[in-house]
Design a binder for this molecule. Structure first.
Ligand SMILES: [Fe+2]
Ligand SMILES: [Fe+2]
Length: 253
């Protein structure tokens, strides 16, 4: 003769009415503990996979950036310095910018479009002809086209697109003006020019820090955002290795 106890009960032994409540709780606690351990193990695996993905992503971005170096010696140091110093300046102006990893990526990749510019133009020791300038001025949009399929780059694309725009609207590629230019690009324009001026280039020797700062100040309100220039000059004055002209000696990691 069958009884209700012949049928399997939901949840197995823990629902046996005969089992004392204390024992049932011990079983539940054991099951929860097992579940917690297995979830922790899964979370640790996911965390490890995420870290590996991040490392791979960073390495891929740096490789992409340094492709330009193969064509234009000295670019790697320029990229590393402008990324480090750009982030220091951005932190002074708006700390929210440096919380966004895309901004640092944009600084590193700003000239990626130069891979499409012939070496004869990139390393030309004299002034460029009009036609050569035309090609050179195409590098921001060429860069955008290269990185556009990487949808996770977000703000970085705007830095690549706008790093040669000028505050008075006379820059390229679009002639944006004032605060219409993304803030990260306005910040980067100052650091990029400062680094270019204080480095030897095929067509001229490096300027002194003092001379480069004079040039930056001369561009206040025309080439550069006056507020960014003010904070930059302040930062340089507080950073002895820059103020003393050792800017380009600093070995980036
Ligand atoms: Fe550029
Ligand atoms: Fe640059």
């Amino acid at each position: 003769m069958s009884s209700e106890h012949d049928h399997p009960q939901p949840g197995g032994a823990i629902y046996e009415p005969e089992a004392p409540i204390g024992e049932q709780l011990v079983v539940v606690a054991q099951e929860l503990s097992d579940l917690y351990r297995s979830e922790r193990a899964k979370a640790a695996e996911l965390e490890q996979a995420y870290d590996q993905l991040q490392d791979t992503y960073q390495a891929a971005i740096r490789t992409l950036a340094f492709v330009v170096e193969a064509k234009d010696n000295g670019t790697r140091q320029h990229l590393d310095r402008t990324q480090i110093y750009g982030l220091e300046l951005a932190a002074e102006i708006d700390p929210r910018l440096v919380r966004d990893p895309e901004v640092g990526v944009g600084f590193l990749l700003h000239d990626i479009g130069k891979v499409g510019v012939p070496e004869s133009i990139l390393t030309k020791p004299g002034p460029l002809t009009d036609d050569e300038w035309e090609i050179m001025r195409g590098h921001p949009l060429a860069g955008v086209r290269i990185v556009e399929p990487m949808q996770f780059l977000g703000e970085a694309v705007q830095i690549i697109r706008c790093h040669h725009e000028r505050y008075d609207g006379s820059g390229y590629p679009e002639g944006m003006a004032g605060t219409g230019i993304p803030l990260a690009a306005r910040i980067f324009a100052v650091v990029d020019s400062f680094d270019a001026m204080t480095s030897d280039r095929p067509y001229r020797k490096a300027l002194t820090t003092e001379h480069a700062l004079e040039e930056i100040l001369r561009g206040e309100g025309t080439q550069f955002d006056p507020e960014v220039v003010r904070v930059f000059c302040d930062l340089v004055a507080r950073t002895p290795w820059v103020a003393e002209g050792r800017y380009t000696d600093r070995a980036p990691d």
